[in-house]
Design a binder for this molecule. Structure first.
Ligand SMILES: [Zn+2]
Length: 498
């Protein structure tokens, strides 16, 4: 991956990139001993963020092509042999556990219960996703004046996004100031739904000066627990955003929860406000959804407290919390210009909503291709696994079998750099993102049908589901909450796939 980085000789070729991106490419080149040149590093998915703005088509093509052969070049860093070994060992282990395949072994304890159920769901989505991706390609082609290749997709998508929806995310940042998003947005919505209040406790010493503690109380004054917000990036922190529990709520030892939200927002210079991107705002609402799962837990045993639920269920409550970001009462309360106090213009809010299905054909197709690749590798019996030698052929066939082959939209991860399933804990579990989104979209519909941001709705969600942790069967909790089994239509509608 490192030596696939693309060295750029002239500044002209970088046309379209921001000053920051150019400066970091220059710094990266210098680090590798190429002072005066520019280096575009590889990232761990198919494609690269710079493809969205780079105007030089040849350079885009080179970057995309190199991104697709990571760890797949018959050198000492080629992951194919170790990948095959892992697939074989996993199939063998599944057999020892009395299962046919690794996927059956893993999914047996998830809410999906069996790979067949996952396939049934994914097959409902796949045809519509590819159909939409092809329609999107036609749209982009009109704007580009030529056929759309994978290296053109991001670039023309950004152009069309600007033309069609007039969304310039950089202009929105002054309206998303961290303190206001946190207190007048995230905390505000939680207060309306669950009646809980937040009081910052600077007197409490945490593990780092930047980690801020908040005391959380119920409306009757009784204690809920502690919330710690650790928002800025720093050298000693790992990347990404996540929630973790320092203390799990439980009645066994009568412990109240202590939960942490971590983000990686660049710290502004001293005295300057922290202005978030729309994505960072979304992340804050999302991670706080996990925090609520931990804080509102009402269970006896720590082992089933809060977010201790199945992997294909755990993202669901946090995804639901994202519904409040553009909810009128909430957005009006927090999205204010940090200098003038003026509200985020309604037209921009409408545009953000209108754009929510934009490019979803592409996003869903590339995601699904990766999800079925994960299932394909792990749906082999040990006898079948032993016979596979051609990694690329296997990959192509798996994607084709699902009707997902469409060259302008490569799978989000190819096998040799699919770290979720070969290095992380997501083997036979990558489907979980969309599986839990089915529940999320159905829940969002329930809130809308029942009057939205209301105390009684929050209470019902908490009593039937959010507060139950893993103490009740997940799908039973969902039925208790929704009054029926989940339906897939709300998700299809949300992604523009109906
Ligand atoms: Zn999450």
């Amino acid at each position: 991956t490192n030596d696939l980085a693309v060295l750029v000789q002239t500044l002209e070729e970088l046309d379209g990139l921001s000053e920051n991106e150019i400066a970091s490419a220059a710094a990266a080149a210098k680090d590798r001993g190429h002072e005066g040149k520019w280096l575009i590093g590889m990232v761990n998915f198919s494609g690269n963020p710079v493809l969205d703005s780079l105007t030089n088509r040849e350079l885009r093509k080179k970057i995309m092509q190199e991104s697709l052969v990571k760890a797949n070049r018959a050198n000492e860093n080629d992951n194919k042999p170790v990948l095959l070994q892992m697939v074989n060992l996993r199939a063998e282990r599944a057999k020892l556990f009395g299962k046919n395949t690794h996927a059956e072994h893993v999914i047996a304890v998830q809410t999906a219960e069996h790979p067949d159920n996952v396939h049934a769901m994914l097959r409902k989505i796949a045809p519509a996703a590819v159909r939409n991706a092809k329609a999107e390609a036609e749209d982009l082609k009109k704007s580009a004046g030529h056929e759309i290749e994978s290296w053109d997709w991001g670039f023309y998508t950004e152009q069309v996004r600007l033309e069609k929806y007039n969304i310039d995310t950089s202009k929105m940042r002054p309206y998303f100031e961290l303190e206001s998003v946190l207190k007048n947005g995230v905390f505000f919505a939680a207060n309306k739904l669950f009646g809980i209040t937040f009081k910052e406790r600077p007197d409490l010493t945490t593990y780092h000066p930047e980690a801020r503690a908040f005391e959380v109380n119920n409306e009757d004054g009784s204690k809920v627990g502690l919330f710690i917000g650790d928002f800025y990036t720093r050298d000693s922190k790992r990347g990404g955003a996540w929630m973790n529990n320092l203390v799990d709520q439980n009645f066994l030892f009568n412990q109240l929860p202590v939960v942490v939200n971590n983000l990686n927002i660049p710290k502004p210079p001293a005295g300057k406000p922290t202005l978030l991107t729309y994505d960072e705002t979304t992340t804050l609402f999302h991670e706080f959804g996990h925090a609520l799962h931990g804080l509102l837990s009402q269970v006896k045993y720590p082992r089933v407290s809060g977010t201790s639920v199945q992997r294909d269920f755990v993202e669901f409550p946090s995804q639901v919390n994202e519904m409040w970001i553009l909810w009128p009462e909430v957005v009006e309360n927090y999205a204010r210009h940090h200098e003038t106090g003026e509200k985020l213009p309604q037209e921009w809010i409408d545009n953000l909503k209108a754009a929510s299905t934009f490019n979803e054909g592409h996003a869903t197709t590339s995601y699904l291709a990766a999800a079925i690749l994960d299932l394909a590798w792990h749906s082999l019996t040990s006898e079948e696994a032993a016979k596979v030698t051609d990694v690329e052929g296997f990959e192509a066939q798996a994607i084709k079998d699902y009707g997902l082959e469409f060259a302008p939209v490569p799978t989000r991860y190819r096998s040799t750099y699919f770290s979720h399933i070969f290095a992380g804990g997501y083997s036979s579990g990558y489907y979980g993102y969309i599986w839990s989104e089915v529940l999320d979209a159905d829940t969002v519909d329930w809130f809308k049908e029942n009057g939205g941001l209301q105390r009684k709705n929050g209470e019902h969600f908490k009593n039937t589901l959010l507060g139950r942790g893993g103490s009740i069967d997940s799908m039973q909790m969902f039925r208790n909450f929704r009054g029926r089994d989940s339906k897939i239509e709300p998700l299809l509608k949300r992604r523009g796939l109906l």
